[in-house]
Write a protein that binds this ligand. Structure first.
Ligand SMILES: *Cc1c(COP(=O)(O)O)cnc(C)c1O
Length: 363
């Protein structure tokens, strides 16, 4: 069986560095907000090309804390893509705000900038583009619209560690970005972890307080905060893995290119291949009109796949208030998308085998 994701194998090249990191933290006797978090924040900010990185507990908190720090009036609206993982929508509602769904471009699966303006109303305060599957949204166009309507822009960069838009990295392309280092991400910890990157000094100060009970200073509480700190152990593990991120992303590109050139089954729609070096291929998502049959067919041939994601946010029970929205592009995408295995631990042989199996399936 070719696993969809084998985290143990993905972490194998880092085993010695991770063990040294764990030992260093154990021996330090300092487990919360110490040197490891400080150093990781500095190096990850440099990596993204921004002034500030603020480590937090996970990706959902990263997005939620930024939206809270902006302190919009309750019920203000935030534009989010209608096809995606639930976390981005949940960050909006957790912050007491209202999501306004905008359909994606069916070819790139990304928030369609041409549809944003029609969704802007008097209460719209921000846009939350997701660099879905490891490909940056058109941030030039999104920022132009945001400036015109005085909106803040928050990138959901949880799938885009190292991805580029016009020579700049994800996380540096807007007012702020939320990151997740969930174990399966391109840069993954051994547990939950997240961060925010920004060039806004005042926002960074507010976030350092918000993540730590409302103050960066012991015994003083300025605002009602959260306990959402990146812990020393995960920061040390991320420091061990950050130097290998570009190499891992390069391996993902090589495998993506194999799929893109090798798959020629007419029923399978491939992701865009116009920016292979800039995209970081967090997932390799194709579409098939009979997705479930295609998935079973691959499974019978020993290939595990996944779906990102089978149910659009507005059809989730948690968001039944949005149930009656008609978002046909998203609904079709969620019915047809299937993710083929793609990660740095996958071998050339695996990929050749998968391509042959995909091409051999008849309509
Ligand atoms: C993983 C992910 C998140 C949330 O990350 P957690 O660390 O699991 O909270 C948010 N947005 C996207 C697009 C993600 O893929």
């Amino acid at each position: 069986m070719i696993p969809f994701l084998d985290l143990k194998r993905i972490n194998e090249p880092y085993q010695d560095a991770i063990q040294a990191a764990i030992e260093r933290v154990l021996q330090s006797g300092w487990y919360i907000l110490g040197q490891e978090v400080g150093l990781f924040e500095q190096l990850f900010a440099n990596y993204c090309g921004v002034r500030h990185c603020i480590g937090v507990a996970n990706g959902l908190d990263a997005l939620t804390l930024v939206l809270k720090a902006w302190a919009f009036a309750p019920g203000s609206e935030v534009i989010v893509p209608s096809n995606a993982y639930i976390a981005s929508v949940m960050s909006v509602t957790q912050a007491g705000l209202t999501p306004v769904f905008v359909e994606p471009d069916p070819l790139t699966y990304l928030l369609d900038q041409a549809r944003i303006e029609a969704a802007i109303g008097p209460n719209t305060k921000a846009v939350l583009p997701i660099h879905l599957y490891g490909r940056c949204c058109n941030m030039t166009a999104i920022n132009v619209i945001a400036r015109r309507y005085d909106l803040m822009v928050l990138e959901d960069a949880a799938q885009a560690h190292g991805a580029e838009w016009e020579g700049r990295r994800a996380g540096s392309l807007s007012d702020a970005a939320g990151w997740s280092f969930y174990p399966s991400k391109n840069l993954g910890a051994l547990g939950d972890a997240g961060a925010i990157t920004t060039n806004d000094d005042a926002l960074a100060d507010r976030l350092r307080a918000l993540r730590n009970y409302g103050s960066a200073v012991k015994y003083r509480k300025d605002v009602v905060g959260h306990n959402s700190r990146l812990d020393e152990l995960q920061a040390a593990i991320l420091l061990a893995k950050l130097p290998g991120l570009d190499r891992d992303n390069e391996r993902r590109r090589v495998l993506a290119e194999c799929y893109l050139t090798g798959i020629d089954n007419p029923d399978v729609s491939l992701p865009p291949a116009d920016r292979i070096p800039q995209d970081v291929w967090h997932l390799f998502v194709v579409r098939h009109p009979r997705r479930d049959a295609f998935r079973s067919y691959l499974y019978e041939r020993g290939i595990s796949t996944d779906m990102h994601y089978p149910v659009p946010p507005h059809h989730q029970q948690a968001y039944r208030v949005f149930r009656d929205l008609s978002l046909p592009i998203s609904e079709q995408l969620h019915r047809e998308v299937i993710s083929l295995p793609l990660n740095p631990a996958l071998t050339d042989e695996h990929v050749r085998y998968i391509i042959d199996a995909v091409n051999a399936m008849e309509g």
